[in-house]
Design a binder for this molecule. Sequence first.
Ligand SMILES: [Zn+2]
Length: 256
Amino acid sequence: MGIFDTHAHYMKDDFGEDLETLLADLPRHNVERVLAIGCDLPSSEEEIALAARYDYIYAAVGVHPEHAADLPEDWERRLEELLSRDKVLALGEIGLDNHYPEPPRDVQREVFVKQLEMAKRLDKTVIIHSREAMGETLELLKQYKPRGVMHCFSGSVESMHEIVKLGMYIGFTGALTFKNSLKARAVCAETPIDRLLLETDCPYLAPIPFRGKRSDSSMIQYTAAVMAELKGVSTEEMIEIARKNGERLFFGEELK
Ligand SMILES: [Zn+2]
């Protein structure tokens, strides 16, 4: 049993002509499942189309904070429709990003809150993006108590514990392998092993030894190796545990 990459973005614009070959090859690299994640309505549709063509690919649909300002008027109705499609496992990625001044914080917050409400109403799992916005994100998560994952976790040990207490999962990407990722590693070491998820966030955040290159799900074994060392298990065990964690979160208990 192989890898579950719980956070990938497979867009034609980023992967070009390579995309289909790369995806078809993933099972040969021990990749068993991929959750392909949308960032706005068009990319969400693109990921759903991939899920329809590859049996090991699933989709998540949502509006990333970066795209919170350029939405059509009927975006909520359209997102809800996308959520009802086949093999759509989650609402994401959604959240708050204060790294850049745009879109304005109140616009990001409004779009995030509407999607948290949608997840509650429709009983959907969420994938949360939070960058330089941990306090505000935590406050909203405590209010809405969604089922889900804090993706590419960059917070403190204290905030990790708060998120775990809410029943949520913690995702780490290839950034965990970077030499300067001491904080993320310290947090990963403290995170309960049954709450850890492996992510690529491809095409970004390629792990060492591919740092700076375009990443894909086959590289996740390098992230798994670092995570395994931090948790004191073998890489194979870590891959197995993280896959089961992802299946529990995204497919529910029936798929044990
Ligand atoms: Zn992402």
